[in-house]
Design a binder for this molecule. Structure first.
Ligand code: ADP
Ligand code: ADP
Length: 228
């Protein structure tokens, strides 16, 4: 059974149809990269997986749970972490507490337990030394690594990345992509929207190419990049 199952998913914004009936299955542990022109619906698609956008028609299941308003939503959100283009860190919390907060709130860990875990994760993404700082004291690349550690702290089965390096200065893109590469094939399922083609080719099990609100092609990186 796929960990993500989407059938006939449609999404409208007013009169504009951003998703025109999308079908996609993702296997547990798989790395899927969504490519396609700006405005083709990539971000909307991944936001329908964790219900940041509510779809208008079709079905989305995450770990066998239907993604819909109501009590299913907590089960879906517990399985999915998200890393945003603009980091979305809490400016008034230390780096450490940005990472520790989720498990305290949602998993009901004590602050001590959660901070210990957060330190381990910050070390894993290479910024253990920045734990006591505040987000604005960090470079963009460091802030995005906090964003990844924060998502990992919830121990999700699925991590969604919406253009995780698009807001970064070019010299910081590599350090964030390296962290993501380290997560690939570690068991967690990754769905990424990115414009980093070399990275996509290296890390993806499958490339999903979108255009105009539809999936136009699903292929392996080798096939995809030899045909374009
Ligand atoms: P992509 O991620 O491929 O760039 P998006 O999913 O962000 O595409 O957007 C698809 C289309 O939907 C774009 O034309 C965008 O302007 C439009 N769109 C996205 N979000 C909204 C919104 N909240 N309201 C109206 N239109 C939106
Ligand atoms: P991204 O490419 O990362 O999706 P955008 O700048 O397209 O970033 O969108 C940022 C936010 O604005 C998103 O929440 C998106 O849903 C919303 N948005 C995008 N396009 C439109 C639009 N045409 N009208 C209203 N909201 C939009």
């Amino acid at each position: 059974e796929p960990i993500i199952h989407m059938r006939g998913v449609q999404k409208r914004y007013g009169h504009f149809t951003a998703l025109k009936g999308v079908d996609l299955d993702v296997a547990a542990g798989e790395v899927v990269v969504l490519l396609g022109p700006s405005g083709s619906g990539k971000s909307t698609l991944i936001r329908c997986i964790n219900h940041l956008e509510e779809y208008d028609a079709g079905d989305v299941f995450v770990g066998g749970v239907r993604v819909e308003r109501g009590r299913n939503l907590l089960k879906v959100r517990q399985q999915t972490g998200m890393v945003f283009q603009a980091f979305n860190l809490f400016p008034n919390l230390s780096v450490l507490d940005n990472v520790a907060l989720g498990p305290v709130r949602v998993k009901k860990l004590s602050w001590d337990e959660s901070r210990a875990k957060a330190r381990t994760l910050l070390t894993r993404v290479g910024i253990g030394a920045q734990a006591e700082k505040f987000p604005t004291q960090l470079s963009g690349g460091q802030q995005q690594r906090v964003g990844i550690a924060r998502a990992l702290a919830m121990e999700p089965r699925i991590l969604l990345f919406d253009e995780p390096t698009s807001a970064l200065d070019p010299e910081m893109v590599g350090e964030v992509l390296d962290v993501i590469k380290g997560l690939a094939h570690s068991g967690v399922t990754l769905v990424l929207v990115t414009h980093e083609m070399g990275f996509a080719r290296q890390v993806a099990d499958r490339i999903v190419f979108m255009e105009d609100g539809e999936i136009r092609e699903v292929s392996t990186p080798d096939v995809f990049f030899s045909s374009t």
